[in-house]
Design a protein around this ligand. Structure first.
Ligand SMILES: Nc1nc2c(ncn2[C@@H]2O[C@H](COP(=O)(O)OP(=O)(O)OP(=O)(O)O)[C@@H](O)[C@H]2O)c(=O)[nH]1
Ligand SMILES: [Zn+2]
Length: 202
């Protein structure tokens, strides 16, 4: 078993993942849906699901500044854009997945402070691995980049399919939700259009 981790979400809450409590809750849920948690196939399920949730919500215990630690002063002052970063998140209304891709771009600060490309994908994970709505996921990525890298502009575009709209409820597989957040110089229509055409190019 992994050690308990301290909860350091951006809302400043303090706590840790309570594996025993999660396990008991899953057992209760199985009983509530009319299953028998003591039948052989389900014996390990509460513990397994608890461990799965710990992983799925791991972003609750990470701070964005912890993943954006590697920065370089390269003096590069043009746009940097990483496209098609896989997003795997959980809808906070139904606790089922929504998944798709994120495109994250920024124009570095005037002194050219940039970060490692993989760190942008790690930043997406920090916020995706929490109970989320797509709009908040999008703005949290944009705002934390602005705060930590002090860039001249940021653009975040996310395209996702929500399982709560496919496996239940309205049942519309294939429907995609697109959200965007632009900050700083990327609000300028010409710069924003340049970024959007790079994002849309296949
Ligand atoms: N804005 C937004 N809505 C979301 C997101 N994920 C799920 N939802 C929506 O949250 C809403 C919750 O609506 P409710 O009426 O409270 O729940 P419900 O009865 O399960 O709704 P249905 O999904 O329409 O069956 C639904 O319309 C979902 O499609 C998201 O990331 N952003
Ligand atoms: Zn949902």
């Amino acid at each position: 078993m992994t050690d308990p981790v301290t909860l350091t979400g951006d809302e400043g809450r303090i706590g840790e993942f309570d594996e025993k409590r999660a396990e008991a809750a899953i057992r209760e849920l199985l009983i509530a849906v009319g299953e028998d948690p003591d039948r052989e196939g389900l014996l390990e399920t509460p513990a397994r699901v608890a461990r799965a949730y710990r992983e799925i919500f791991a972003g609750l215990y990470q701070k964005p500044e912890e993943v954006l630690t590697t920065t370089f002063d390269l003096g590069h002052d043009e746009m940097v854009l990483v496209k098609d970063i896989e997003v795997m998140s959980s809808c906070e209304h139904h606790l089922v997945p929504f998944h798709g891709v994120a495109h994250v771009g920024y124009i570095p600060s005037t002194d050219g402070k940039i970060t490692g490309l993989s760190k942008l994908a790690r930043l997406v994970d920090v916020f995706a691995r929490r109970p989320q709505v797509q709009e908040r996921l999008t703005t949290q990525i944009a705002d934390s980049l602005m705060e930590i890298l002090d860039p001249r502009g940021v653009i975040v575009v996310i395209e996702c399919e929500h399982m709560c709209m496919t496996m239940r409820g309205v049942r519309k597989p294939g429907a995609k939700t697109i959200t965007s957040a632009v900050r700083g110089q990327l609000r300028d229509p010409a710069t924003r259009n340049e970024a959007m055409s790079l994002i849309m190019a296949r």
